[in-house]
Design a protein around this ligand. Sequence first.
Ligand SMILES: NC(=O)c1ccc[n+]([C@@H]2O[C@H](COP(=O)([O-])OP(=O)(O)OC[C@H]3O[C@@H](n4cnc5c(N)ncnc54)[C@H](OP(=O)(O)O)[C@@H]3O)[C@@H](O)[C@H]2O)c1
Length: 235
Amino acid sequence: MEQQRVALVTGANRGIGLEACRQLAKLGIHVILTARREDKGRAAVEELAAEGLKASFLPLDVTSEESRKAIAETITREYGRLDILINNAGISIDFDVPALEVSFDEVIRPTMETNLYGPLHLTQLFVPLMRKHNYGRIVNVSSGLGSFSKITAGRIGYRLSKVGMNAMTKVFADELKDTNILVNVMTPGWVRTHLGGVKAERSVEQGAETITWLATLPDDGPRGRFFKDRQDFPW
Ligand SMILES: NC(=O)c1ccc[n+]([C@@H]2O[C@H](COP(=O)([O-])OP(=O)(O)OC[C@H]3O[C@@H](n4cnc5c(N)ncnc54)[C@H](OP(=O)(O)O)[C@@H]3O)[C@@H](O)[C@H]2O)c1
């Protein structure tokens, strides 16, 4: 019998990340729900448990090297595998601030560290473990605001981080083209979450659906592509 797949979702205590955990758990995948705040992460695990869904909690602040190393060690020791990595954690803190005025220390740096460098480090940490079992699905959660061909004024920190994430996806996908590790990126659309706000047009279920699809692609599935609603989306 095939071993149960193990998935790690970052920033999963709420929003799209929590919904991705829910959808993956429903498919029988062992979900490691991670969050930077232990109390919030455990509450999310309990929320899923109340729905009859099992997930494990591990702490992870994607911006902390110590935290990233600790989770990689724990997963290697306790599971010996990681099949699916969902780089979902993200912040958007530069709403309505023109690029000419934006603070590097308060906005650009933390946005890049959370949305881009965290996912980059986690990919470097977990690909070796994926290689051991010749299986990996990496899903990077980007944004339409990172679609280079549509860039206009504003949101420079967020846009830079997501354009970078898109580029990172192509680089890793190409470097891993001879393996069974598929790296893709997606945009959930405008989703009703803390980040998206109450006026957003889509539910978390809709936002997470393409994450789940990419997390469970067959071996001959796409790699190095940008998706929305399972369709190619312009870079
Ligand atoms: N909602 C939208 O309309 C929309 C549109 C396009 C793309 N996205 C992308 O979708 C992803 C999920 O966003 P969301 O809408 O679900 O937003 P959300 O409800 O604000 O959730 C963001 C999650 O990221 C976590 N996080 C932030 N910094 C972190 C860090 N350093 N380490 C670990 N976790 C961290 C947050 O944890 P705390 O609770 O501790 O803050 C929270 O769990 C993001 O990458 C976002 O850019 C969202």
